[in-house]
Structures are given as structure tokens and as C-alpha cells.
Ligand binder design. Sequence first.
Ligand code: I3S
Length: 128
Amino acid sequence: SSPDSEGVSPELEKAGLLNKTKIAEGGRKLRKNWNPSWVVLVGNSLVFFKDPKSQNPDSWKPGNSRPESSVDLRGAQLQWANDLSSKKNVFKLRTITGNEFLLQSETDSLIREWYRTIQNVIDRLDKE
Ligand code: I3S
């Protein structure tokens, strides 16, 4: 992070384009609706941006853009979920509140890196 942002904004860990669908809300199953999403891992949150025009590394900054939704990673669970989709490289993120998302990329290395980075944040929060 830049010296300016230290102590002001939470640290930007990762950002990129993934395919996303929400499959449950509060434990209640939802119909899949896959869409490309600009995903930003910042601090303890995974933030989703819908608008392709917000696919700018600066756009996650508070006040700069409107996130579609945001997920608190504290107590969240991550697991590979290729059984839940015909697509390859799918993992499931389940929040403590019972919201479930599938995230997917055609690029093996990219999805593995996302999985690892999100799991690291979850593990860090578990230890707090
Ligand atoms: O798990 P499902 O229900 O087979 O998921 C597929 C459906 O959601 C489908 O939409 P409709 O059945 O509402 O038309 C989507 O187009 C597919 O992408 C979903 O399956 P995949 O395997 O892509 O996750």
C-alpha cells in the first residue's frame, strides 16, 4: 500500500475479474445467475463491483465507486466446488450469515491464487 493510505484505508490485497454467482442467501438457495464481477479483496472484506466501468484498480477506494455487494470474511468458509457447476475452476465461499457464492475463472493459476489469498485472510481472522 502507498504511504498515504497507511492507517487510513484498509490494505488492498488483490483485485481482478472473476465469474460470480450467488447461490444462497441466509441459507436459502437461490437460482444461479453467473456474471463477470470485478472482485476486490481489501482488509477483511471481499467486495464485488458489477459495472465493467468500475474495473479500474483505483475504483475500490471509498467514495470512488458503488460496490454491488460486500462479504465479511470473518468466520467464512472456502471450498473447491467443481461438483456444483459444469464450469471448471469453481470454488464456494460461504459467509457466517449463510450467504454462498461461487467464483470461477477459466485460468487455473488465477483461481488458485484467489483461493490461496482468500483462505489466508480467513485463517488470519480465525486467529484473532
Ligand atoms: O446448477 P445448475 O442449476 O445446473 O446451474 C445452471 C443454471 O443456473 C443455468 O441457468 P438456467 O437453468 O436458470 O437457465 C445457467 O445458465 C448455468 O450456467 C448453470 O450451470 P453452471 O454449470 O454453469 O454453473
